[in-house]
Design a protein around this ligand. Structure first.
Ligand SMILES: [Zn+2]
Length: 318
């Protein structure tokens, strides 16, 4: 095989070719099939890896990855793009919130994975070794889960060395979503990738189980802007857009099982100490009245009335 052939597992695409297929590997002693596109551009350039469906009910992000994989033309591409539209297919089929139904783990806390671990660890391990580490640039598409509303924002990893963090922040600015949030959540896709030296961002748009075209567009337009910036596709450098850089990503969680009544909306500006809502018991007694830990903006809110002990309630970017 020529060095120009792009190979991932048992799939390959020659120079100027696009290949769709499933790679099969063993997870919990059974076959696991991971769909992907390999798009090997006719011209030379970087390698962009795009994943979605690490959280498999975040549909706007999955719709965007499908659109990219279906539409990208290798004849007019410089470089290589690998698109994995649904990482956690068991969760997609089960419409599972937050976790992989095979082991109950949040897949975005187990990267870079473990070949000897449970299902999520094994899926992450295969994906990380065979796909993510091939990237010169990595984008993981997310959104609000089935029970989350959010204002679009882009997380850039603050893990890894300064040069990688700088490059990740630059990618986040180019992507074009207004709010940028630095994060170093251990086990997340982008933190594992950036620790391996790969500039990485995680984009959030959509939520509540719907995939409105405006939410899908934030992801698709951002990928388009990034590929233009990297000179992978025609169109020239994208125009800069104004952004707000949020240093801290403050999650508030429920101390109780009960009923959640938010008092604020996504994208609302809040003050330190401001009441953000109430967790109540069945009779309406207040169990918890979370206050904003800082001046900031509400980035996401859990929109489900049902709340479990330990569940996120909302997050403030500050
Ligand atoms: Zn997610």
């Amino acid at each position: 095989m020529s060095k120009d052939v792009l190979t991932v597992g048992t799939l390959s695409a020659g120079h100027g070719e696009k290949r769709y297929g499933e790679n099969e590997f063993v997870v919990q002693r059974g076959p696991y099939r991971l769909p992907m596109w390999l798009i090997n551009g006719a011209g030379e350039g970087p390698t962009l890896v795009v994943t979605a469906g690490v959280h498999a009910a975040e549909y706007a992000s999955i719709a965007a990855a499908l659109e990219l994989g279906r539409s990208l033309d290798p004849a007019s591409l410089c470089g290589r793009v690998i698109v994995v539209p649904v990482v956690d297919m068991p969760a997609f089929t089960a419409r599972s919130i937050y976790v992989c139904p095979l082991d109950g783990k949040n897949p975005n806390r187990v990267f870079p994975g473990d070949a000897d671990g449970t299902a999520s660890d094994q899926i992450a391990d295969w994906l990380f070794r065979n796909v993510i580490t091939r990237a010169t640039h990595y984008v993981d598409l997310h959104g609000g889960d089935l029970i989350e509303a959010l204002v679009p924002f882009t997380i850039f990893s603050r893990s890894g060395d300064a040069r990688v963090v700088e490059a990740s922040l630059e990618m986040a600015k180019i992507f074009g979503i207004h709010f940028l949030v630095g994060s170093d959540v251990a086990g997340s896709t982008v933190c594992a990738a950036s620790l391996a030296g790969i500039p990485s961002i995680l984009t959030e748009s959509g939520g509540q189980g719907i995939w409105e075209s405006e939410d899908v567009r934030w992801h698709v337009n951002g990928l388009n802007r990034l590929m233009r910036h990297l000179k992978m596709i025609a169109g020239g450098a994208p125009d800069p857009v104004p952004f707000t850089l949020l240093d801290r990503f403050l999650w508030l969680r429920s101390d109780h099982a009960g009923f959640w009544y938010p008092a604020v909306a996504v994208n609302e500006t809040v003050k330190a100490g401001q009441n953000l809502g109430c967790v109540k018991d069945c009779e309406g007694r207040a169990l918890q009245t979370p206050a904003s830990p800082a001046d900031g903006t509400v980035l996401f809110i859990v929109s489900s009335l049902a709340i479990n002990k330990g569940d996120p309630l909302l997050a403030v970017g500050a």
